[in-house]
Design a protein around this ligand. Structure first.
Ligand code: UD1
Length: 338
């Protein structure tokens, strides 16, 4: 019996593979390597001490997915595979809908055909939109989602919820992530974005390693103590452990559950910059720039449902996140490309 991890070579997927193996699960990865490097497989194997079973395939290819289910005994699926860049999604909406929605629908059809009824889906806190006040709880109505990427997350949640409603023996766990940062404490796995990073932490590490001249802080006129935006940053290893807990839960329950994965603690952009400087004894030059369109003032989780249902809570703090992000970047200045 194994857990199928789609997108298992991506940032969150790779860390989840390691935590699944540590928890004693057998795992199989399906990845098309669109946004991941082959080298990730070696790093996962080194950390887990066993060979990784990888299928190079796209989750939209029904026949390829069927082959996995024919050859392996899959008891649950964690579905990460999908595109994730907000800006790109506004330029390539059809590609986003095709990859993210067709991928999920095809995967669910194949799971149904093979009687596999346990699914953990990688959703995002972005579905809360701009209107809901933090701390965000799972029972809040979803908000106005502002871009195609966010809409694919929202529609995919509905795909899974509708499937659970049609088949009461199915279990679908919809994990809404807050802001994943950090890297594996070994310094061998981390985030490796293509091109100039959009997100805060890879940008900071890019500045620290000398690839980017300075950080642009997007707005210091928000109604927060230092004027910069506040987010709930979560260490990727905590997030990965949350997936292990969700799989355990899914194996023993039925129905759909939406669950936040965050720490419940918010940090401003400048808090993160200063924590990074302190944790790593480095200076990060920055400049205040105009607000980035689409950004909200504060986005923080109420993580109590995850603790109640899954017995999970985040353990790493902001200094750990900053230290591990930097260790990864410093040891791998070119990411997974040597
Ligand atoms: C972004 C996405 C969100 C997605 C998430 C995935 C947008 C608008 N939102 O969240 O949909 O689920 O990534 O991780 O893209 N910042 C700077 N300078 C930078 C980069 C960021 O000041 O160079 C600030 C932002 O204004 C924000 C904070 O840092 O206040 C975090 O930004 P980011 O890491 O991009 O995440 P989100 O925007 O919260």
């Amino acid at each position: 019996m194994a857990i199928l991890v789609t997108g298992g070579c991506g940032f969150i997927g790779s860390h989840t593979c390691v935590e699944l193996a540590r928890a004693g699960y057998d795992l199989v990865v399906a990845d098309n390597f669109h946004n991941a490097k082959e080298e990730v497989c070696n790093r996962i194997e080194t950390l887990t001490g066993r060979p990784l079973r990888v299928y190079r395939c796209d989750v939209r290819e029904e026949a390829a997915l069927c082959r996995i289910f024919e050859e392996q005994t899959i008891e649950a699926v964690i579905h990460f595979a999908g595109w994730k860049a907000v800006g790109e999604s506004t330029r390539l909406p059809l590609e986003y809908y095709d990859n993210n929605l067709s991928g999920t629908v095809t995967l669910c059809k194949v799971m149904q055909r093979y009687g596999c009824k346990r699914l953990v889906f990688s959703s995002s806190a972005t579905v809360y939109g701009e209107e809901n006040p933090s701390p965000l709880t799972e029972d809040m109505p979803v908000g106005q989602v502002a871009n195609p990427y966010a809409r694919t997350k929202l529609f995919n949640e509905w795909v899974v919820k509708d499937l659970c409603a049609a088949d009461p023996t199915f279990c679908g766990i919809l994990l809404r992530y807050f802001n994943p940062i950090g890297a594996h404490p070994s310094g061998t796995m981390g985030e490796d974005p293509n091109g100039i990073p959009n997100n805060l932490m890879p940008y900071i590490t890019g500045v620290a390693v000398g690839k980017l001249p300075k950080l642009m802080v997007f707005g210091n006129d928000y109604p927060t103590p230092d004027g910069t935006g506040i987010r709930d940053y979560i260490h990727v290893v905590d997030l990965a452990r949350g997936h292990v807990a969700a799989v355990q839960y899914a194996l023993a329950h039925t129905g759909a559950e939406v669950i936040n994965l965050g720490t419940g603690v918010g940090y401003s952009v400048l808090d993160v910059v200063h924590a990074f400087e302190e944790a790593n004894d480095l200076a990060i030059p920055y400049e205040i720039a105009p607000r980035r369109p689409g950004d909200v003032t504060i986005y923080c989780a109420d993580p109590s449902k995850a603790e109640r249902l899954l017995g999970w809570r985040a353990e790493y703090g902001i200094h750990d996140m900053c230290r591990d992000s930097w260790r990864w970047q410093k040891n791998n200045p070119n990411g997974y490309e040597e």
